[in-house]
Design a protein around this ligand. Structure first.
Ligand code: ADP
Length: 300
């Protein structure tokens, strides 16, 4: 079992943005979903875990080793799938993977060739191994990204917003691949797409404005809203009539708006009690921690 223990991590960039504000978190093998809107601080946390940037304060222990002090330790154990690789060279998938394997320290030629082939197979790219990565579709590139992240059998895999730009079928394949990997190692998946987390992750956290708002099991959070989530489909023009209620989510629904309201009793006429989903949890957590609600709570 691998353990990642993050304690009191802080990071303020030179422009004054506080991207990590006292973040503490413990993660073990399995798929961990880190949810948060754009700008929440997810990438900053991912880059810190991957020892690509230093925090101002706090510690990150991977299997007991302080990786802020000893970044090479985690660099040997980690597979990192960044948001975007940028430019892809015009060389074939197999040659590029082989090259990346050399950079990762896989010096034995035979063992390297064996692993490169196994990873191309695992990511369903064997048939495309001689094609240039630059000609790959978005889904193929993401699978290639996973293949390169798995070189050298990492004990922790970090995937930063990996499903952006994938079509539903590609996303599904990618999810299956991630959950296979998650059985053996820690996989941290950072995303702003709630569905990615609800389909996949056994543990999750929500971040916003550099702070970790909640941390636990998705089912635990949805059960907390059980019996208190009400739904009504309303027309857009009448939305103002519901602002006095605790509206946790609004989704477009066939030209109208489906609103979910948090309430222990029926909030009004024609509201149906519904089974809460992770989207309700996510928006509720964000709303409860918004500056407006914080001000109300503290009486300011
Ligand atoms: P997320 O991944 O959740 O979108 P980021 O960690 O990328 O969030 O960003 C958190 C905040 O820090 C944002 O306000 C972003 O603009 C800022 N930020 C990120 N990287 C830098 C940087 N290198 N220099 C200055 N500000 C940054």
């Amino acid at each position: 079992m691998n353990t990642l223990k993050i304690s009191n991590l802080c990071k303020t960039y030179t422009n004054g943005v506080k991207a990590l504000d006292d973040v503490s978190l413990e993660i073990q093998n399995g798929l961990f979903g880190l949810l948060g809107p754009n700008g929440a601080g997810k990438s900053s946390l991912m880059r810190t875990i991957a020892a690509l940037q230093q925090p101002d304060a706090g510690t990150v222990l991977f299997n007991g080793v302080d990786i802020v002090k000893d970044p090479t330790y985690i660099r040997k154990q980690i597979g990192y799938l960044p948001q975007d690789f940028g430019v892809y060279p015009k060389i074939s998938a197999i040659d590029l993977l082989n090259h990346l394997a050399i950079l990762k320290g896989l010096s034995n030629k035979q063992a390297r060739a064996k692993q490169v082939e196994a990873l191309l197979d695992q990511t369903n790219l064997l048939a495309h191994r001689n094609k240039a990565v630059s000609s790959f579709s978005g889904g193929m590139r993401q699978r290639f990204g996973i293949a390169q992240a798995l070189l050298g059998d990492p004990k922790i895999v970090i995937a930063d917003e990996p499903t952006a730009g994938l079509d539903p079928e590609e996303r599904n394949r990618f999810h299956n691949l991630l959950s296979e990997i998650g059985e053996q190692v820690i996989v941290v998946l950072s995303t702003h797409i709630v569905e990615d987390v609800s389909n996949l992750c056994t543990q999750m956290a929500v971040m916003n404005s550099g702070r970790l708002l909640v941390h636990g099991e998705p089912q635990q959070f949805t059960s907390e809203l059980q019996g208190a989530t009400w739904e009504k489909i309303v027309c857009k023009e009448s939305l103002d009539a519901y602002t006095h209620l605790d509206v946790i989510s609004q989704r477009l629904y066939a030209g109208r708006v489906k609103i979910h309201v948090k309430s222990l009793v029926a909030p009004g006429e024609d509201f149906q009690l519904v089974t809460p989903d992770l989207e309700d949890v996510y928006f509720n957590v964000l709303a409860m921690n918004s500056p407006k609600n914080q001000a109300v709570c503290s009486g300011n």
